[in-house]
Design a protein around this ligand. Structure first.
Ligand code: NAD
Length: 474
């Protein structure tokens, strides 16, 4: 059993101000494997004040110092890659081999990009009569979800440190363990006291305090749209900058000229990754009527070839969902899809064959879905995909944009003009054309109710920056 009983405030591991802890359950075995203390409102206050005290000195460090310390964090995280991957795999069920590469290696790469970008804070824009300087915004409060535990943390802490901001982090109560390692690493590399503070705990207990504390200048939230709206309302009372990375229901258009087999093979694997628990999941697959039945067949074959099972096995593609509660919610959507009249091509609400316990779900494909069905409009957050038929390109684009979300999108088309024509009309923060890899340098964020602001790369750093214009009279 892994047991933590301290939280990290002002450069010290300290006992929280009150009682209580969360017990983490491995969703593959349904067994408890770790306990983590709850932080309390008094702890948020201590952390915010520590971050405020640390801000003047940290914000005046040179960009070179910040670059070096961020690179030192990268090096220590790299040394602990296996441990981090194992913790994340146990917390939320992702196969270990995927956790090591994408949940750990990926964000370390993203963090090293922020180290490199620290020097851009020194850029000065000289205009006629004034100069524009970049300065860090101040104390930043972060609230993160469980589906990419370290990834979402580094997307926020990385640019904040590069800019010269100080931080407090409330990770998801389901997946805090990699954040304890992150705090240990910050401590080891000599990050000054108060620059990073860790507040494990429940959103219902400390979420309001993290969103509204008077010493906080910026709140960055990643999670569900409903909670994100509540966070923004509280932050608005003291005019904090708010960044929101929220839900999605992203479309994938297979253009009429596409190689449908290649396109469907790509999108099924991409969207079933992490057992489909991704805000950027391409969950609505739009196929021209002339290729639709072929797409259904390929989707069935590819989905049935994906191995569901033990997250420790190298051959496993889908582990369990993150919790039994998540399983119940996804199963309800599968039942709803059947009740709504969609055609169940493969999958279904039962446990996968040969599995008797754990939060497992059969990867599921629905065909004959219309865009007004709940399974096409609501974020399912599991391995459930919808195939939707279209007749014309304009209709495909209209269906793609007929959603309250706008986080990601994708398309597959052979012709370069078709690629750009469709991509430019999709109302989403990213368009992935013909299956590119995730880029840690590209701006990431949502249109519409998928959020405000951008993460990763140079655009990510902008969120943590104030511009100051200095005019000097003659
Ligand atoms: P969630 O909204 O339930 O929780 C996210 C975080 O908010 C957790 O740390 C939780 O403890 C905290 N929280 C809960 N109640 C709170 C409150 N009242 N005040 C403040 N904080 C509170 O989301 P989740 O279930 O952890 O994650 C899944 C959701 O996150 C999905 O909707 C998914 O699309 C979204 N997500 C978005 C992105 C993105 O970049 N856009 C990335 C990953 C996940």
């Amino acid at each position: 059993m892994i047991e933590y009983n301290k939280i990290y405030i002002d450069g010290q591991w300290v006992a929280p101000s009150g009682e209580g802890h969360s017990t983490l359950i491995n969703p593959a075995t349904e067994e408890a494997f770790a306990t983590v203390p709850y932080s309390h409102i008094e702890d948020v206050d201590k952390a915010a004040r520590a971050a405020r005290r640390a801000f003047p000195a940290w914000s005046r460090t040179s960009s070179k110092e910040r670059e070096e310390i961020i690179l030192a964090i990268c090096a220590k995280l790299t040394e602990r890659k296996d441990e981090l991957a194992s913790l994340i795999s146990q917390e939320m069920g992702i196969p270990y081999h995927f956790a090591r590469g994408i949940q750990v290696g990926g964000p370390i790469q993203g963090l090293s990009i922020f180290a490199e970008l620290a020097k851009t804070m020194d850029d000065v824009r000289k205009e006629d009569g004034f100069s524009v300087y970049k300065e860090p915004i101040g104390v930043c409060s972060f609230i993160t979800p469980w589906n990419f535990p370290l990834f979402q943390v580094i997307a926020k802490v990385g640019p904040a440190l590069a800019a010269g901001c100080t931080t407090l982090l409330k990770p998801s109560e389901q997946t805090p363990l990699s954040c304890f390692v992150f705090a240990e690493v910050c401590d080891e590399v000599g990050l000054p006291a108060g620059v990073f503070n860790l507040l494990p705990g429940k959103g219902s207990m400390i979420g309001d305090a993290c969103s509204s504390h008077p010493e906080v200048d910026l709140v960055s939230f990643t999670g569900s749209t409903g909670v994100g709206v509540g966070v923004a309302k509280l932050a608005a009372e003291s005019v904090k900058r708010v960044c929101q990375e929220l839900g999605g229901k992203s479309p994938f258009i297979v253009a009429e000229d596409a190689n449908v087999a290649k396109a469907i093979k790509y999108v099924i694997k991409d969207s079933m990754f992490n057992s489909g628990q991704m805000c950027i999941q391409l969950s609505r697959i739009l196929v021209h009527e002339s290729q639709y039945e072929e797409a259904v067949e390929v989707a069935k074959t590819v989905t049935e070839s994906l191995v569901v099972g033990d997250p420790a096995d190298k051959g496993t593609f889908l582990g369990p969902l993150s919790s039994m509660r998540a399983r119940e919610s996804v199963v309800r959507y599968i039942e709803k899809g059947i009740a709504e009249g969609a055609r169940l091509v493969t999958g279904g609400p039962e446990l996968p064959e040969g599995i008797t316990k754990g939060a497992y779900v059969k990867p599921t494909i629905f065909a004959d879905v219309t865009n007004d069905m709940a399974i096409a409009q609501e974020e399912i957050f599991g391995p459930v995909l919808c195939l939707i038929k279209y007749k014309t390109e304009d209709e495909a684009i209209a269906i793609a944009n007929d959603t309250e979300f706008g986080l990601s999108s994708g398309l597959w088309a052979e012709d370069a003009d078709t690629q750009m024509r469709i991509a430019r009309q999709l109302r989403a923060g990213q368009v992935k054309v013909n299956g590119p890899a995730f880029s840690f340098a590209a701006p990431f964020g949502g249109y519409k109710q998928s959020g405000n602001g951008r993460e990763w790369g140079a655009s990510g750093l902008v969120e943590y920056t104030e511009e100051k214009a200095i005019m000097i009279g003659s």
